[in-house]
Design a protein around this ligand. Structure first.
Ligand SMILES: CCCCCCCC(=O)SCCNC(=O)CCNC(=O)[C@H](O)C(C)(C)COP(=O)(O)OP(=O)(O)OC[C@H]1O[C@@H](n2cnc3c(N)ncnc32)[C@H](O)[C@@H]1OP(=O)(O)O
Length: 227
């Protein structure tokens, strides 16, 4: 029996809305051209360049580290109070801009772009850079697991009832190439009380690479509050 936690059901923006229009609905946050989204995109670009750089370069990587640390220190000087930032992160309805997988403000997010489909499924897409490499030229399996877990979670939100992952079963059928568009389709297949059963598949060029089946338990941890 898990430790008792307080639950609050958080539905995704767009969940259930416009599903009858016949048009896919954007569920992940749209990236802005400027501001923090642009800074996060620049950080992603820098990470990609660093991973591709390697040790054989003549480029002065000591000086580079000093410059990057100077920028980090400048940003750290501007940070808001951590507790207040956590409240801000979670206060908005709709897609989180800081999200690990889809968030335009999170440099670690690929980011994945997710659309809710009229048939109740969701479809997500991205292209993975070399920072996510596992085997040569292929994505690390843990990244595929992350993308699938998250997309299945968003499929629950689109179906109207989200939850926390209790069990995730993956079947790695073929390697996921870097640098090529990947698509993830996911759908909540059935609900039994608080148990949500959701399935998905990650494909490249129409070929299934990783399939996922998951059990989610409805409910979420409470959002941080100011007090
Ligand atoms: C933007 C949205 C996308 C987000 C997607 C990403 C989702 C995540 O990553 S969530 C983070 C990863 N997951 C976690 O950290 C979860 C950790 N686990 C927990 O907190 C708890 O175990 C939790 C919440 C899953 C279930 O706990 P609790 O609410 O107490 O439920 P509990 O009473 O134990 O179980 C409810 C039922 O589910 C069943 N169940 C629970 N866990 C499992 C499991 N792993 N396998 C099979 N059955 C299970 C129980 O047997 C019980 O069944 P029944 O009602 O028939 O007796």
């Amino acid at each position: 029996m898990a430790e008792t936690v307080e639950y609050e059901v958080v539905t995704q923006a767009g969940a259930g809305r416009d599903a009858g229009s016949g048009e896919p609905v954007l569920m992940s946050a749209r990236a802005s051209e400027g501001g923090l989204d642009a800074a996060a995109a620049a950080a992603r670009r820098l990470v990609d360049a660093l991973v591709r750089l390697g040790d054989s370069t003549d480029y002065d990587t000591d000086a580079l580290a000093t410059r990057i640390n100077a920028i980090a220190a400048e940003v750290e000087d501007a940070l808001p109070d951590e507790a207040a930032r956590l409240v801000e992160m979670w206060q908005q309805e709709g897609p989180n801009r800081h999200d690990l997988v889809t968030g335009p403000q999170n440099p670690i997010a690929p980011p994945l772009v997710v659309h809710g489909q009229p048939d109740g499924s969701v479809e997500a897409s991205t292209t993975l850079p070399i920072a996510y490499q596992g085997q040569p030229r292929m994505a690390h399996g843990g990244i595929s697991a992350l993308l699938l877990d998250h997309t299945l979670g968003m499929a629950n939100g689109w179906a109207g009832r989200g939850g926390m992952t209790a069990r995730l079963t993956l079947n790695f059928k073929r390697p996921v190439p870097l640098g090529e568009p990947i698509t993830i389709r996911a759908k909540q297949e059935s609900v039994d009380g608080r148990k949500l059963y959701t399935q998905g598949v990650l494909s490249v060029d129409g070929e299934p690479c990783v399939t996922a089946e998951a059990l989610f338990i409805a409910g979420h941890l409470p959002r941080p509050t100011a007090d």
